[in-house]
Design a protein around this ligand. Structure first.
Ligand code: ZN
Length: 424
């Protein structure tokens, strides 16, 4: 009997394992607000075990180190850890990943900036070094680096870093057209130069590079013409920090209850969740901007701030042909700098479900349902499974209570119509 059960388990495991076909890669992450620190981390999980483990280990080590530092720090000044990623494939086999870490902490004299690269060949299941993809003359590269950055290059550091002996350690990524080498701030130059990227254009690859297939973007966005009621009790649902692997299911669930929501998304996730976002828009939902990679906007220079916001708007326009008008600043923090530099409508919330903290569907539902009243804007996060599960409790209850669930823009429209009616 036991043996049979065991066999059955194996068959189920096997079937499950085989049928799990990933449409989009998963972007994992942490958005956490602690007493004296904020953490915003995003990293990809490609679906290749060896590669995913290395990426995850790298991120976890940095997070752990940061958390141990802030736990011993007596300062109440807020420290920040941000890890952002880029991921692209060359052909169907070469996976390129960069992870950029930014730490601003009172235990450091300067903010720390660091880049890590992974280049992985999924046909041979191997990590590639620069040596594997190109025969390179480092002397020429040193000369060019020196010429290009003569004001900040530290000659000794350059001599010690860019050597044949170190070749396998040099950080790089590649595309069909070029190879890029990366040097951290202070690695070969003074901090004034920041990251140094060196691009080798049209290199002679040692490996075979498949030709790039072009994908035409034909998505057309049509705003929904939903009939809104001005008499029904109405709330706007909003989701921050996504999209994620749960977003599509959340949209399907909203559809079931004839509900819509506004999703304040991060620019760094758009490319990996294009299909989800198209589905979201096609079903009458709305997109808002929540920065590019969840940095604390209030601590950025004017230029960095604009870049965080504008790059996200630009990617959305290019990939989804959609114009974003609404902005939800990260951590809900608004400054005059933000208001003066960004020409978008800022949207906060007045019901906080605390889903990012509670991570328990029943508790999230209880908190939400306890605070919801006509006209409220509800804050949730579509990056947690428990939030999706909580919605399965919240939506039927709101339906029972006769609520109409709409986007932020629709709520504003309803409020405008109600005011007009009252003043008539
Ligand atoms: Zn957020």
């Amino acid at each position: 009997m036991k043996k049979k059960l065991l066999l059955l388990c194996f068959i189920i495991l096997f079937l499950n394992g085989c049928s799990k076909k990933k449409e989009e890669l998963i972007i994992e992450g942490f958005i956490e607000e602690k007493q004296n620190a904020i953490i915003g981390i995003h990293y990809p999980q490609i679906g290749i075990k060896t590669l995913d483990q290395q990426i995850e280990q790298y991120v976890f080590d940095i997070k752990q180190e940061f958390e141990s530092q802030i736990s011993t720090s007596l300062s109440l000044n807020s420290s920040e850890l941000n890890i952002d990623y880029e991921y692209w494939k060359v052909g169907n086999r070469y996976h390129n990943i960069t992870l950029t870490t930014f730490i601003n902490s009172n235990t450091l004299a300067h903010p720390m900036h660091e880049i890590k690269t992974f280049v992985y060949d999924s046909n041979t299941n191997q990590f590639l070094t620069l040596d594997d993809i190109i025969s390179i003359n480092l002397v020429n590269i040193k000369t060019e680096l020196l010429k290009k950055h003569k004001d900040c290059i530290l000659i000794d550091a350059l001599e010690n870093t860019v050597t044949d002996f170190n070749k396998k350690q040099i950080k790089f990524t590649f595309t069909e057209q070029s190879i890029t080498l990366y040097f951290d701030p202070y690695e070969i130059a003074t901090g004034a130069c920041g990251f140094i990227k060196y691009e080798i254009v049209s290199p002679t690859f040692k490996i075979e590079i498949p030709t790039q297939e072009k994908i035409e973007n034909t998505f057309e966005y049509h705003p929904s013409k939903k009939k809104l009621s001005i008499t029904k009790p109405t709330i706007a649902l909003t989701f921050d920090d996504g999209p994620s692997q749960y977003t599509k299911e959340i949209v399907e669930l909203l559809n079931k209850y004839n509900a819509n929501a506004t999703f304040f998304i991060l620019g760094n996730k758009i490319n990996n969740y294009q299909e989800t976002l198209k589905f979201l828009l096609q079903n009458g939902n709305e997109l808002g901007n929540h920065s590019y990679n969840h940095k604390q906007l209030t601590k950025l220079s004017e230029q960095e701030l604009k870049q965080q916001i504008e790059s996200t708007n630009k990617i959305v326009k290019e990939t989804l042909n959609y114009d974003i008008h609404l902005l939800r600043p990260t951590y809900g923090a608004i400054t005059n700098q933000l208001k003066n530099n960004i020409d978008m409508e800022i949207v906060l919330w007045n019901v906080d479900t605390k889903d990012w903290k509670l991570r328990n569907s029943k508790m999230i539902a209880k908190k939400a349902l306890g605070d919801i009243k006509d006209g409220k804007i509800v804050l949730m996060h579509d990056i947690y499974k428990t939030t999706l599960q909580a919605l399965k409790l919240i939506l039927p209850e709101l339906e029972k209570q006769g609520y109409q669930i709409v986007t932020v823009s629709e709520l504003k429209e309803i409020q405008k119509l109600r005011n007009e009616k009252q003043n008539r």
